[in-house]
Write a protein that binds this ligand. Structure first.
Ligand code: SAH
Length: 672
């Protein structure tokens, strides 16, 4: 007979698969201590990124401003029209207008490479030339093209908006490569456009540059083809920011049962959602629930089993059809779960839900869709934010969640990062480019291909490494950034309370505002580490967790608070961890000693490809701290990574099996 053991918390009523331990393990980044500062980017200062000079940090983060970044326009014109030009040997991937700063930043290979002051509508071309050359690969064989920047001015300036075209020239013609519209929102851009007279040249410019993507009147909006992206409404918060090709690939990926299986079989993931939902049964019982991005519908099923009154399973991909079949096959589900095939951002989705709600649950037709008690979703991508689906979760919150008392499930997410040492990984990455850099590259069938060595190294180091690593490689306790998804009016964008007394007062953000989808368009994450052992810094490791909890705004954590963690050392999930390897010889030849302070400033810039360009600037701080005026050692490194193009170093994630011993350890032995 099994021995009874005391238990601190009531057992879940359901038998469970592999679950996260009840008492959270000692895994870096899963503790409650927060270190580091995260703030939205107000200016991605390229000069700051380039020079290893002390930076002045803002004391109070200003309100976040959105700038729509798009590469929309491709046209051909005459070089003469465009004015001054400078040599530039690398076409920027995109440029970003900074609404507050009257400046434009060019980002190449995910890294801000140049910044221009455009105040007063003039471009400092000299600075542009200098900046562009300074960052160009000095390959003598690269054929230089030219970069032209022209700024259009009109009524939009009043709204802090500019249209900027970035043109690549070749002889006397130029090809327009990119466009930036710097408005606080696409809506503002549209309002600004409406202020221009229909026949004005400015309006034409505006439309040409915007290529109809966000700016045209609805009646001449281009028609698109894609099941997932054309569920009627073309123009919504999703289509405005996401490239249609990217969205098509994305939703056809999720339309595959094999990909859904991949996620379902991640027992840490699915088991933790299952447990968390069932443990929070009180929040689900009798509730109106939305499953944002339902996929196969598994979370909708869990919500129904937890007693939900009605569950809307919103899924944009063709997986919605499978989901509907699954739900219809089960008597416990078919009258509760309603599958809606469409994007959660689309007006058609909202209308369909309102109609159904009006029929079933409300006596009179509903107009306000903010009636949902719980929004459940699994929107996390690698490095938490990849795929940009958390933005959809937040948009759904604003449209559907009850203004009072509604719960986001998960309630919050946290990103953690720490410097790591891994010489073997570094060699492995270096070796990927060896074809271009080794001695024999000088004579490849008589051709010297080593001139491409730098570019090849840069490309392999720009790939974030996805695998599970041993937490022993971490050189400092991790920094943590919290994203609170709930809809309190007053909250910080990211919790940045510091357990490290060293974090200076001035780096603490004091502004309080609700996390909105736009905040995730560009982020700046700043952290100061204290090395807990000496070692070579080979890069920055990242992981995340999400927290399930139902609590009152500003309230204490509830009794069933639970984390789903992807931390190193915890059971591996299909997200693994991410490492951003640095290319420079920073800390590689030179060991960084124990107790040395290391600052890491990371920017994440979202792209229309549903991913991010990530840059980090690492700097060893001279002992004594990071207070202004402290002399810093010139030991700094800059890295940039494309989150869309990771190096999957590990394809399997062995997960420990579920055993009776685990049940006993975590829950006591009543189940036996
Ligand atoms: N909830 C499921 C699937 C998670 S994967 C599970 O936990 O197993 C994310 C799913 O969200 C994918 O199936 C994807 O197609 C869907 N999705 C992503 N963005 C969406 C959006 N904006 N609107 C509707 N569905 C979306």
């Amino acid at each position: 007979m099994a021995r009874k053991r005391p238990r601190t918390e009531p057992p879940p009523r359901w038998s469970e698969p592999l679950l996260a331990p009840r008492s959270r393990p000692e895994i870096p980044g899963t503790g409650d201590a927060f270190r580091g500062v995260a703030r939205p980017i107000e200016r991605a200062d390229a000069a700051e990124m380039r020079e290893a000079k002390p930076t002045t940090r803002t004391t109070t983060p200003k309100r976040f401003h959105l700038s729509s970044v798009r590469e929309l326009h491709t046209g051909v014109g005459s070089a003469q029209d465009a004015g001054a030009s400078v040599n530039y040997t690398r076409a920027p991937a995109w440029i970003q207008f900074e609404p507050d700063g009257d400046a434009v930043v060019a980002v190449a290979g995910g890294c801000p490479v140049a910044r221009w002051d455009v105040r007063g509508n003039t471009v400092d071309v000299a600075a542009l030339a200098r900046d562009a050359r300074a960052e160009s690969p000095s390959s003598p064989n690269a054929s230089p093209s030219s970069l032209l920047v022209s700024i259009r001015e009109d009524a939009r300036r009043k709204r802090q908006g500019h249209a900027v075209s970035l043109n690549e020239t070749n002889g006397t013609t130029f090809v327009s490569r990119a466009l930036v519209l710097g408005f606080h929102s696409a809506r503002e851009a549209r309002e600004a456009r409406a202020t221009l007279s229909p026949s004005s040249a400015a309006k034409k410019d505006f439309d040409t540059l915007a290529d109809g993507r966000t700016m045209r009147d609805d009646d001449d909006a281009p028609k698109r083809k894609s099941t997932a992206v054309t569920t009627e409404d073309e123009d919504d918060l999703f289509t405005r920011k996401i490239d249609i090709g990217s969205a098509e690939r994305y939703f056809s990926y999720y339309a595959s049962l094999a990909e859904q299986q991949n996620m379902l079989q991640d027992r840490v993931r699915t088991g933790t959602y299952f447990t968390a939902i069932l443990e929070h049964r009180a929040a689900f019982e009798g509730a109106i629930v939305m499953d944002v991005g339902a996929g196969s519908g598994v979370l909708s099923c869990f919500a129904a089993l937890a007693g939900a009154r009605r569950v809307y399973a919103v899924e944009a991909s063709d997986m919605a059809d499978h989901c509907a079949r699954l739900v219809a096959s089960d008597a416990r589900l078919r009258d509760v779960v309603k599958v809606i095939k469409g994007r959660v951002e689309s007006e058609a989705t909202r209308r369909e839900i309102l109609e159904d709600l009006s029929k079933g649950l409300s006596k009179s037709p509903l107009t306000d869709s903010r009636v949902f008690d719980v929004l459940v979703s699994e929107p996390m991508g690698t490095m938490l934010l990849n795929e940009r689906m958390i933005e959809s979760f937040l948009i759904a919150r604003d449209v559907f969640l009850k203004p009072r008392g509604g719960a986001m499930f998960p309630r919050a997410a946290r990103m953690h990062c720490a410097p790591y040492e891994d010489a073997a990984l570094r060699d492995e990455i270096e070796n990927k480019a060896a074809f271009w850099t080794c001695a024999s590259a000088k004579d490849f069938y008589g051709i010297d291909v080593s001139v491409l060595g730098d570019a090849a190294r840069k490309a392999v180091f720009a790939q974030p490494v996805v695998d599970a690593f041993d937490p022993a490689i971490l050189l400092a306790p991790p920094a943590t950034f919290e994203f609170d998804f709930s809809r309190k009016k007053k909250q910080t964008l990211m919790t940045s309370e510091s357990s490290a007394a060293e974090t200076s007062e001035e780096t603490r953000p004091s502004g309080a505002f609700a996390l909105a989808a736009e905040h995730l368009e560009s982020l700046r994450l700043e952290a100061d580490f204290v090395m807990h052992r000496g070692g070579a810094v080979h890069g920055v490791a990242w992981w995340f967790d999400v927290e399930f909890d139902v609590r009152r705004p500003g309230g204490e954590p509830g009794p069933h608070r639970r984390f789903l963690t992807t931390a190193p050392g915890a059971p591996t999930t299909h997200w693994f961890q991410i490492r951003a390897p640095i290319r420079d010889e920073f800390g590689v030849l030179e060991r960084v000693e124990k107790n040395t302070r290391l600052s890491v400033a990371t920017t994440m810039a979202a792209g229309s490809d549903q991913s991010y360009a990530v840059t980090s600037r690492l700097e060893v701080l001279k002992a004594g701290g990071s207070t202004p005026g402290t002399r810093r050692e010139p030991n700094a490194a800059l890295g940039s990574w494309n989150l869309k193009d990771p190096y999957y170093r590990q394809l399997h994630w062995p997960q420990p099996g579920y055993t009776q011993a685990q049940t006993e350890r975590w829950y006591g032995d009543e189940t036996t």
